[in-house]
Design a protein around this ligand. Structure first.
Ligand SMILES: Cc1cc2nc3c(=O)[nH]c(=O)nc-3n(C[C@H](O)[C@H](O)[C@H](O)COP(=O)(O)O)c2cc1C
Length: 390
């Protein structure tokens, strides 16, 4: 195959392979890794594969719909692009490209605090409101200003992440010396020289640092090491009173991300948030934690009648989205599935990832005998768990 030709892409794994070829090792590894032994990272995907669907036949499958709402907002399918740090290092201007692909496709895009393109950058290149994800930092003044900036950009929901106040170790990031912009060591230069598209894109953009932060926090002119900066700035004393503080500052739709235990789900519901996301951060934090899809039914049973329950971690296909829905998730988020698309082919790659997942979801739903996702429930599973449905 010629290096300039895009191969035929039929699934997310194809996008992953292409991204691995096109993105410098430091940033590809940052996406495709989990913490410590990566056991939770791997089991997130294998747990989905262990769930079996019931095939039904001779059922009218015309006029299908995967449309629904997430926190009241209409979506073409119950999938949003998860907040991911350094997305603008997978591909130049990555956050802008991903937000545009999501907007055109009809699903929400969520911008990370640790993005390369700023809130204002993304707002100026999109028409519809996007979501903003907040990490709680010690500097409350900066937090307050960041929330105001998200409001000024008309973000339609705030996603507050609770599972990363201290960083789970990812060996590859330490070995690669992950930083933005990347340090120009001999090893990095040699590796980047093999990724001409990426280099060309980066040469053409000014967006190469954490633009939500650099220049907005006194004393932060650059961030050489992500892990040491995070260790320094993120607030390990974060608690449910702080969640209330954020809720009051924000005043709009609030989504709590990173819940993996029914007791915490009750606290999240008590906080008055609009949705919670069952998530183990894509296997990047507590290695040894259960796959998110396994915990989902417990949490739906505990609080599904009080708060919208979503899930992420391990979704690589439309079949996975359908399984999560069948287990009670009213929405899902995808992280790596869209990042691989972005690294592989920029905006077109994110669109491709969304098209792949949508088609898989739609056809699989039909093969299970359903035309409308609203009618789908745990009856499509061969071994539905005992669960109380909201
Ligand atoms: C490269 C990468 C960076 C991430 N950065 C953030 C982040 O900045 N904020 C956040 O809340 N979650 C972050 N996450 C977690 C995602 O939002 C999401 O929970 C996870 O990717 C879901 O798992 P999946 O990648 O298997 O779909 C990140 C995930 C990845 C892969």
């Amino acid at each position: 195959m010629l290096p300039c030709c895009n191969p035929t892409i039929t699934n997310i794994e194809d996008l992953r392979r292409l991204a691995q070829r096109r993105v410098p090792r430091m940033f590809y590894d940052y996406a495709d890794s989990g913490s410590w032994t990566e056991h939770t990272y791997r089991s997130n995907t294998s747990a989905f594969q262990d769930i079996q669907l019931r095939q039904r036949v001779a059922v009218d499958m015309t006029n299908r719909s995967t449309a629904t709402t997430m926190v009241g907002l209409p979506v073409r399918m119950p999938v949003a692009l998860a907040p991911t740090g350094l997305t603008g290092m997978q591909h130049a201007d990555g956050e802008i490209l991903a937000a545009r692909a999501a907007e055109k496709f009809g699903v929400p895009f969520c911008l990370s605090t640790m993005s390369i393109c700023s809130i204002e950058d993304v707002a100026s290149y999109t028409q519809k409101p996007f979501w903003f994800q907040l990490y709680m930092m010690k500097d409350r003044d900066f937090m307050s200003r960041l929330i105001q900036r998200a409001k000024a950009a008309q973000c339609s929901a705030l996603v507050l992440t609770l599972d990363l106040q201290i960083l789970g170790q990812r060996h590859k990031d330490l070995k690669n010396g992950l930083s933005a912009p990347p340090k120009l060591t001999v090893r990095n230069i040699l590796n980047m020289a093999t990724k001409p598209r990426w280099c060309l894109g980066m040469a053409k953009t000014q967006r190469r640092e954490f633009r939500n932060i650099v220049g907005h926090v006194t004393g932060v002119e650059n961030m050489s090491s992500l892990s040491s900066w995070t260790a320094d700035q993120f607030d390990p004393s974060l608690n449910w009173d702080d969640v209330q503080w954020v809720k009051d500052q924000w005043g709009g739709k609030l989504i709590i991300k990173g819940i993996l235990d029914a007791d915490d789900a009750v606290l999240a519901a008590n906080s008055g948030a609009d949705a919670l996301i069952v998530s183990n951060h894509g296997g990047r934090q507590l290695d040894g934690a259960a796959p998110a899809i396994e915990i989902l039914p417990e949490i739906v049973s505990a609080v599904g009648d009080r708060i919208e329950v979503w899930m992420d971690s391990g979704i690589r296909s439309g079949q996975d989205v359908l399984k999560a829905w069948a287990l009670g998730a009213k929405g899902t988020m995808i992280g790596r599935a869209f990042l691989y698309g972005l690294g592989a082919m920029g905006e077109a790659g994110v669109t491709k990832a969304l098209e792949i997942i949508h088609k898989e979801l739609d056809v699989t739903m039909a093969l299970c005998g359903y035309r409308d996702i609203q009618q789908v429930n745990h009856n499509i599973l061969r071994h539905p768990p005992q669960m109380k449905r909201p």
